[in-house]
Design a protein around this ligand. Structure first.
Ligand SMILES: [Zn+2]
Length: 279
């Protein structure tokens, strides 16, 4: 009788334990599936960014940077990422490296299509490349932020251009050019100023621009690792912020603000990321 009772008890114990184990396994499986789905969506969103540039249901006002991570599981890195952009570059804390041969910008005078996508004004490139830290990259597009996203020693610039590149391994590199106000217009910016207002997606083809003319010196820069500054905030992006600045007039800046509004993500923690400069 006791033996029978013990058998029943053992059997019950086994059933309960088994059910618990199954439940734990099921929960683990579910978490795994959620993780895989999120990773796939992140990849999808990233590939979309590479194809089109900034897009999606977010902005810099009522759907602003502090809400991005909650708007789509693919945007989780916007709040959880540890190497996010933009940053405040403290020049005296950056380390110096000597070689000047790591950057060779080969931007061509080409016929760009220009798009106002409601997040920025973007020039889509075809034939321009850059050799960055020994690796060949293709220029995908360049676009603008007012005021600048990256800051130098705490100071924002009125405008920042991001030249987004991709290499054959699908890694991204962004060359950043900051702008100062000058008394004269910058003729290179004129095609943007033809756009009317923020929010409309308009494409204009056939703007001949030589983006290499934005600077006279493309060899001096600070580089570090960061992310896209717009959703999905993908990390593993190489950033090069140029030492030399370009210029625009205050009336051009006014027009920029009319077209794009303020479209800068606030700066994020540098943490222990090394900042390297070659000047
Ligand atoms: Zn940008």
């Amino acid at each position: 009788m006791i033996r029978f009772f013990l058998m029943i008890l053992f059997f019950n114990f086994y059933v309960v334990l088994n059910a618990k184990e199954k439940k734990v396994l099921k929960t683990k499986e579910k978490t795994q599936i959620v993780k895989i789905k999120r990773k796939n969506r992140q990849r999808e969103a990233h590939n979309e960014y590479v194809k089109k540039g900034a897009h999606g249901d977010w902005n810099y006002t009522n759907k602003g940077p502090s809400t991005w991570a909650n708007r789509d599981p693919a945007y989780k890195l916007c709040s959880h990422g540890k190497q996010q952009s933009p940053i405040n570059i403290i020049t005296k804390e950056s380390q110096t490296f000597s070689s000047l041969d790591y950057l060779s910008v080969n931007f061509r005078n080409e016929s760009f299509s220009v798009i106002n996508n409601g997040h920025t004004v973007q020039f889509n490139a075809k034939n321009s490349t850059s050799n960055i830290l020994g690796d060949e990259y293709r220029l995908l597009q360049f676009h603008f932020h007012t005021p600048s996203e990256n800051r130098i020693d705490g100071k924002p610039s009125p405008l920042e251009a991001h030249f987004v590149h991709e290499n054959s391994g699908h890694h991204l590199a962004v060359i950043s050019v900051l702008f100062d106000i000058s008394k004269t217009d910058n003729p290179l910016l004129q095609p943007i100023l033809d756009f009317q207002k923020e929010g409309q997606t308009v494409e204009k083809k056939g703007h001949d621009i030589d983006p290499s003319k934005f600077l006279s010196n493309w060899t001096k820069y600070i580089y570090f690792h960061g992310s896209l500054t717009t959703p999905p905030c993908s990390q593993g992006v190489l950033w090069l912020v140029m030492k030399e600045k370009s210029t625009l007039s205050s009336s051009q800046l006014k027009k920029f603000l009319e077209i794009m509004g303020e479209n800068n993500r606030p700066v994020l923690d540098v943490d222990k990321r090394p900042l390297m400069k070659n000047f």
